[in-house]
Design a protein around this ligand. Sequence first.
Ligand SMILES: Cc1ncc(C[n+]2csc(CCOP(=O)(O)OP(=O)(O)O)c2C)c(N)n1
Length: 623
Amino acid sequence: MQYLQQIKSPDDIKTMNMSELKVLAQEIRETLIQVVSENGGHLAPNLGVVELTLALHMVFHTPEDKIIWDVGHQSYVHKLLTGRYEQFHTVRTLDGLSGFPKRSESEHDAFGAGHSSTSISAAVGFAKARDLRGGKNNVIAVIGDGAMTGGMAFEALENAGHMDSNIIVILNDNEMSIDPNVGALAEYLSRARSNPAYTKSKDDVEELLKKIPGIGDKMFKAADKLKDSLKYLLVPGVLFEEFGFKYYGPINGHDLPALMTVLENVKGINRPVLIHVETKKGKGYAPAEKNPDLFHGVSPFHIQTGELKKKSTVPTYTSVFGKTLAELGAQDDRIVGITAAMGKGTGINVFQEQFPARTIDVGIAEEHAVTMAAAMALDGYKPVVAIYSTFLQRAYDQVMHDVALQNAPVVFCLDRAGLVGDDGPTHHGIFDVSYLRHIPNMVCMAPKDENELRHMLNSALTYNCPVAMRYPRGEGLGVPMDEALQVLPLGKAEVLQEGDKVTLLALGSMVHIAELAAERLQAELGITPTVINARFAKPLDADTILQYAGQDTLLVTLEEQAVTGGFGSAVLELYNQHGIDARNVLTIGIADSFVQHGNTARLKEMQGLDVESVVAKVKERLG
Ligand SMILES: Cc1ncc(C[n+]2csc(CCOP(=O)(O)OP(=O)(O)O)c2C)c(N)n1
């Protein structure tokens, strides 16, 4: 690396000339490909923003100027230019660099992220704070066309548009969310990109019209409608102009001099500006350009071929969900699959292939997905909303107010529940039991393995009330799969082994750990614990739990979820309701703190969720 390794701060690139910057861009791409091929990560989004990030750091001065990355998965290049090249090989590994912007990691990371569509709101906040303080710095939000489909982005545009101070929004348009971007905005941007007549801003067009001799001025005054139609025809970004932004673009996002020119033009400008930049996702690495969705967030791969290093033989929970939903969809045409821009990630794509008309991708709009599902359920359909546990957090009020309050039978399938590993605290799905189980009418359950997931999905569609089913990221346990689908009795746990002295009461992914811990306790202490697959965090199977609980039994609850307000808390409430002394309850789950990124197995050990730790804790309690 001729240049990259010498860059200790963004100031170091400011003296470079264009041909040196070109070499630097190449070095950045090589580094991205090399490190992500080892660690996994968001390759294609970063390859697409190399020139854009260089241009931003050439023109602006962080940390005084604030650059806010939406989602933040495309911030690797920014990390490389802000003094983190030496540590970059640790990205996404335990104690290493985060895969997202993180304030505690660098003063150049103005705002943390991981969830989408927050950047413009954050930019408005920084801009307002600056104005109150009487500061002069620039505030720049970089947001993708996918993230722009999130409602919050529009809430912020709406708020920002009437400001009369500096706020710069860069719309990084690569036509892709994770999958191809969908919806009206995507179509609008596509028109803006493709029509060569689209070159001027609204003001320019008005000036142009006025200058047509004889008719221009009259027409401008008299024919408001015609003027508007012409504007709509000629101005690519009129949508943003109507919001109060000055629109520039579309600009080739791989043309560094062009990018720098436009950024220089808007630097220090005292009004909201939106720059529409066109980029290619995966730029510079053929496999990523060809499959930008696969290389959006990719596991380790062979650089030569682009093939993934690890190929699994055990089906993932996601794939079992997708296949089962398709199976059920064939039997019941009221079933509808809903996703918020995560068709492949959630497995809804399997259903979509067979039932495109009954599949709805709303874009990155979890709130809308949930409210829409509520109405469909109330109108006789059976919506299955597949959203990662962490992203449903955003639609908490919609789950409460639109679904549960009206008892709409919507089925929520919460993929990535539990610790997800390298993406870290923004992506761990460790709060859903807490944020769902206190909602009246809500059923909250978790399968012990991928086979039980099939039965649970089938069952959920028969309960006729709001249901959430949570299951972990990645491969199942490799258990045999039943052909015929069963209906599991609502609120009934499954006793896997009867014993005495200790009851291991586990939810979802922790059932298997409980079984292994029971074997160890048997071997090491000669005791036979009772092992129960709780299945439901709500409603709790009070009868079964109380039967195997009591003053003389150590009851251990196990969940891959925050202990605060989670499944264990529910059991403690049950004890309290029945006047049972709860000192003999041990709640095992995730401690009350945000869990960092890193290898999932290692994170589980650190949280005491592995067999070894469970056995040790039980032994300690038994004295
Ligand atoms: C609230 C929320 N929902 C879903 C996601 C998952 N997600 C991460 S990136 C992404 C696509 C973003 O597309 P875009 O903003 O265009 O960025 P690109 O990767 O194309 O550069 C999605 C859906 C998320 N991070 N946050």
